[in-house]
Design a protein around this ligand. Sequence first.
Ligand code: GDD
Ligand code: MN
Length: 364
Amino acid sequence: MAGLELAIILPTLDERDNLAPLLARIAEALGPTGWEVLVVDDNSADGTAEEARRLALGDSRIRVLQRIGRRGLSSAAIEGLCATAAPFAAVMDADHQHDPRLLVPMLAAVRSGEADVAVASRFAEGASMADWGRPDRERLSGFANRLARRLTGVALSDPMSGYFLLRTETARTLAPRLSAIGFKILLDLLATSEKTLKISEFPLDFAARRSGESKLDRAVAFDFLAGLYDKSFGRLIPTRFAMFGTVGALGVLVHMAVLYLFLLTAGTAFPWAQAIATFGAMTFNFWLNNFLTYRDRRLTRPGAVLRGWLSFIAACSVGAFANVAVATTLYDRGLHEVAAALVGIGIGSVWNFALSSRFVWGRY
Ligand code: GDD
Ligand code: MN
């Protein structure tokens, strides 16, 4: 029996019905041995992981990595790439949009050293998206591709492709430095590597999804922008902190709106209006952070949301205390009040961020 050469990483979210037919197509393309399939499932509600285990019982080339409490195509792909002993690995969609027959020439190109990364491209000469049936997504992809090429300097026709093959050693070397946000894993790998990776492109006939729905429509634009931010400024100010700070700034607007609402229309006394506004702003910040900043760890069960909200308020109180203490000290030492207030706000935000990312949205 030939040794293990190629791992096919299939990130999945609600792909139960696509698995069995896809495995049959992969086996047909690759022959009986030398490969394994690793299904990296984010605890899909439709029982994808169960289905993968059922298939694996009858076929030892199939493995399952079931992730609980985590989300994201990129991070699923990275964990898959790091969880195989195979020297080569491919990442592909589990929904039949990517033709498994391309694996053979892609593997040959990387194995021979002709390329570091083989990319199946929807935009290469000879590729087609006619069967996809989504001209809106086609246009969006074209636009995102141009923007990504401009900003990251990678020169290939489809840096957004979700279908590529490389040496697992390359992936393991880069893994600690990847931003792992959203689903732009290929772009992330290429932009992170200091050495320019040699790329071979393979024209792909991008098919329509076989069963179920695309998971990328909802978060597509947001994750893409977050990923670009992360690659451009992420080292200076981490992406999550930048989002947290932006949400905080919006919270100030909410605070002012609530404050004036109570002062002007209800005639509430200032201390009460200020307290209500503070409470309102904290609640708004909790909600928006849960929705955006920590969308990959979003609290959804009512009990968890309630506990999260209360601990967020507790965390913010600690931040507020640090804020006032630092600002007062600096002010007493003669710093201008605006500067003292700004430093206080900065320190308070770091505390809020550190505490809430650990105790509200973290696992400890
Ligand atoms: N584990 C895990 N976690 N898997 C996920 C997640 C997630 O959060 N989100 C999506 N997936 C899986 C899907 O189940 C599917 O197998 C694959 O990742 C791609 O997701 P789709 O929902 O099929 O994405 P798409 O077809 O709209 O997007 C395709 O085109 C993009 C470019 O426009 C993909 O090939 C993307 O990789 C590609 O960037
Ligand atoms: Mn798809």
